[in-house]
Design a protein around this ligand. Sequence first.
Ligand code: HEC
Length: 151
Amino acid sequence: MRPLSIFALAMLVGLLTACNDMHDQPSIKAQEAPRRSASGEAVPLRGKLPVDWQGTYANPEPDTGSSRKRGEELYLVNCAICHGTRDSYLGPVGKALAPPPPSLHDPRIRALNDSDLFKRIALGFGRMPAFERLIPANDRWHLVNYLHTFR
Ligand code: HEC
């Protein structure tokens, strides 16, 4: 066959199947099932949240350099304002609190396991705000891995 007729044939097949697809396609109106499921990054804004104080949670994020790096970015945005950076105790809001937040280098806090740290970040602790609705779970685990560097 000459290249031109192969091309013409390909166009014809393409056209025919395209017509078929349009004829058979499902017609789904807005808000009608099937709904696409939420992405893994989504944070629930309403309803029951998956973390509670009674639970024990296993860290699914391997404690790698890139995980700690991500945790550090999140720490500087969400935590340093109160707790300060790893090298300087207390940020501007932390200094204004009386009594101030504990140093995250404190032996009692360094002794907390991953599940305990994860729950404190998710649910808040005393005067510390809850981050469960603000930071997705996998990012909270990256924060936990970053807190290992305070040990
Ligand atoms: C608005 C200020 C504030 C922010 C923001 C904040 N914290 Fe805290 N945090 C506190 C205070 C205050 C305490 C001590 C609890 C108390 O005395 O009520 C605390 C306690 C803690 C503790 C120790 C809990 C214990 O067992 O004593 C950890 C761990 C911690 N914070 C981690 C974090 C991380 C990680 C972030 C960021 C995701 C964060 N905090 C953000 C104020 C803050």
